[in-house]
Design a binder for this molecule. Structure first.
Ligand code: ATP
Length: 276
């Protein structure tokens, strides 16, 4: 299987998003990607089933990106290959008054996956150092302390059997403009039209800077960021699914062993029950 890795961040650094690609590498075509996706999708389905039945780890997938970067499309792709019972999609919108009356991680913590389950975050706790920072929704002294809180929170999750994968869907400013204009022209996409998206676009540079700070500071081996070239939807999907598959494969042997163990116990118990 070819390697569609995206750009991995596993330790604190100062990433420069403008230097990271938003387009697929040369040499891969959409046709090839779709063929590869077939096999990858099947593999993802198998591994998610295994994660569920072994019940040893939870999987947290965080999706972040500028408006129109394709969070919804990525979720649709993941959903195609998952057993809906064990997968939960968690959108994070403007916080409600109740949410705002708690600490910023309160609403997030309640949505993290139990062992055997998967949570896909459509936006996340990172909004509290992104839109909140860019739009000055709370004073700097408050949001600047959140990077540490996020690191502690993610460490807590990782130490409690959560596999964490955080994807930044990286699009160019030009591609965003095209997608916003496309939404205006296509009646089937008109429901997505949002004046706010154009308003936020005016803060493009500030958002990129806020993303660089978040990706650079809130990162570890156990809670990596993967910067995904996302101008082409087919390549974005390929990288995300490929990354999830590869990350789960590392546990496959362990999980199969666990299933075997559970099976042996069940057999032994059955052996003691008269079955006539
Ligand atoms: P799409 O990308 O498909 O248009 P969306 O994710 O933008 O969908 P919306 O309901 O349009 O969904 O937007 C959610 C809004 O909530 C975003 O503008 C986001 O910045 C905002 N938001 C999320 N979390 C917070 C937060 N903690 N504080 C303030 N705003 C937030």
């Amino acid at each position: 299987m070819a390697n569609h890795k995206g750009f991995w961040l596993t330790e604190p650094s100062k990433p420069e998003l403008s230097k990271l690609p938003t387009l697929p590498p040369k040499g891969i075509t959409k046709q090839e990607a779709l063929v590869e996706m077939e096999a990858l999708g099947k593999r993802l389905e198998e591994l998610l089933d295994l994660l569920y039945s072994a019940g040893q780890k939870g999987l947290l997938v965080v999706l972040q990106g500028m408006d129109t970067s394709g969070k919804d499309g990525t979720i649709r792709q993941i959903l195609t290959h998952s057993n809906a019972q064990s997968l939960k999609i968690c959108p994070f919108k403007v916080p409600t008054p109740l949410e705002l009356s708690h600490d910023f991680l309160w609403r997030v913590h309640s949505q993290v996956p139990a062992k055997g389950n998967i949570s896909v975050f459509n936006r996340s706790h990172y909004e509290d150092v992104l839109v909140v920072r860019v739009r000055n929704l709370v004073p700097e002294e408050k949001w600047s302390r959140r990077y540490d809180s996020i690191n502690h929170f993610e460490e807590l999750l990782a130490n409690n059997d959560t596999i964490i994968l955080k994807f930044f869907l990286h699009i160019s400013k030009e591609e965003q403009k095209e997608r916003l204009l496309e939404r205006e022209q296509d009646v089937t996409k008109a429901w997505k039209l949002n004046v706010a998206d154009w308003k936020e676009r005016a803060y493009w540079d500030d958002y990129q800077e806020a993303y660089e700070a978040a990706l650079g500071q809130c990162v570890s081996e156990k809670a990596p960021w993967i910067v995904v070239p996302s101008d082409k939807k087919w390549y974005r999907n390929l990288v995300v699914v490929h990354t999830i598959v590869e990350s789960l494969e590392r546990f496959e042997k362990e999980w199969l062993k666990e299933l075997n163990r559970i099976g042996e116990i069940a057999k032994a118990e059955l052996g003691q029950i008269p079955r006539e």
